[in-house]
Design a protein around this ligand. Structure first.
Ligand SMILES: Nc1ncnc2c1ncn2[C@@H]1O[C@H](COP(=O)(O)OP(=O)(O)O)[C@@H](O)[C@H]1O
Ligand SMILES: [Mg+2]
Length: 361
């Protein structure tokens, strides 16, 4: 067991706002830690910082090697084993050992890397990331290309692992199966908790409820304060005007009075503005989601695509699937669903004619 200690971490990309502002955390290398947060909050950035790929201020110390997923494979046309060995020091049997736990056929090692399905590529790279039992693995969105079946295989694989890791994923159900701690980059905090994501959400919902009530109160009082600040500003302004416009006898008296009103009003306005600022600072940490609406009118009459008894085959290989027929009309939204490797992407690419298209009459 070893500790990854992050002290006073601050980081911003050039010319941008701080993504991390004085963050301190202590992580145990045996944890299975889910790293969560909306897109753009800095999950990938944090994984890069931990690996020492970015300059930051603060101190990160860890007495353990890191492995990162997804690793960059440069020569993707090469046979998978050679494409990997080109960049990483790993033996065939080390990969094959992990493959058996991932339920991956070792024959993929002898296929060009770029011909593997998304799920197969993911499994190969996971095997590579986990080959060294003493390292701590940083997994950035390994579920992206997985169908439901492969997702389950990967969840079981990660569940059975003894070693720890940090994982980011948008699939909550998947995460709940594999993690025992959560680190969430929230709107205003970074929060570390024991337990899975479901547990985090339960606690967050309770906090949100009380924060929401508190926020409503604060917003009402901020709006009252704003009205009051505007009023004081007006008073100061009209006292100023009175001072300027008055050309009558008792000018000295009126000017002195106007100056007093102006000063008092300005002081009150400043005080109220500072109260507004304090209260706005208390408005907390609730994620709001703006719903996306699409204003799109369509006719369901026009045919977009007619497919009749179509099957696809790569030269020298069997057909990918049994002949299919379907008809798509404008405005229809269709899910193309099947296991990895059964030909979804090939079907979408079919018109580019890189595959043999067979139309059976
Ligand atoms: N190399 C970069 N240069 C400048 N800004 C970047 C760079 N990489 C990411 N960002 C910005 O930093 C923020 C965090 O990005 P990222 O760490 O990828 O978030 P996440 O992984 O949580 O989606 C985003 O606003 C993103 O646009
Ligand atoms: Mg990311």
């Amino acid at each position: 067991m070893s500790t990854i200690s992050i002290k006073n971490l601050s980081f911003a990309y050039n010319g941008q706002d701080l993504l991390f502002d004085n963050v301190s955390l202590s992580l145990d290398s045996q944890w299975k830690l889910g790293l969560l947060g909306r897109n753009g909050r800095g999950k990938t950035t944090l994984l890069n910082i931990i690996q020492g790929k970015l300059d930051y201020s603060g101190k990160i110390s860890a007495n353990i090697d890191f492995e990162y997923f997804p690793q960059a494979i440069s020569d993707k046309d090469n046979l998978t084993l050679y494409a990997i060995q080109d960049k990483f020091h790993v033996e065939q049997r080390e990969l094959e050992k992990e493959f058996s736990q991932l339920q991956l056929d070792p024959k993929v090692l002898w296929q060009p890397f770029n011909t593997l399905s998304g799920g197969e590529q993911t499994k190969v790279l996971l095997a590579l990331a986990f080959k060294n039992k003493n390292s701590f693995v940083l997994l950035d969105e390994p579920t992206n290309h997985l169908d439901a079946h492969t997702r389950q295989q990967v969840a079981t694989y990660l569940n059975n692992k003894k070693q720890g890791f940090i994982i980011t994923s948008h699939d909550r159900d998947f995460l709940n199966q594999v993690i025992d701690h959560t680190l969430v980059i929230e709107a205003q905090n970074i929060r570390l908790r024991q337990g899975d994501y479901a547990r985090y959400e339960e606690q967050k919902a309770i906090e949100d409820k009380s924060n929401l009530a508190q926020n409503e109160k604060l917003k009402r009082s901020i709006s009252q304060l704003k009205t009051s600040a505007a009023q004081k500003k007006n008073w100061a302004r009209s006292a100023g005007r009175e001072k300027e416009n008055n050309s009558h006898a008792d000018k000295g008296f009126i000017t002195a009075k106007a100056a007093r009103v102006m000063k008092r009003s300005t002081t009150m306005q400043k005080r109220i503005e500072s109260q507004i600022k304090d209260k706005e600072g208390l408005l907390t940490n609730i994620e709001t989601i703006t719903l996306l609406s699409i204003n799109f009118q369509t006719s369901h009459h026009q045919d977009i695509l007619n497919v009749e008894k179509l099957t696809l085959a790569y030269p020298g290989y069997d057909s990918l699937f049994k002949p299919i027929s379907f008809n798509l009309k404008q405005g229809q939204q269709v899910v193309l669903k099947s296991d990895n490797g059964s030909g979804k992407s090939s079907l979408i690419r079919a018109r580019s004619r890189k595959v043999l298209v067979t139309k059976i009459e």
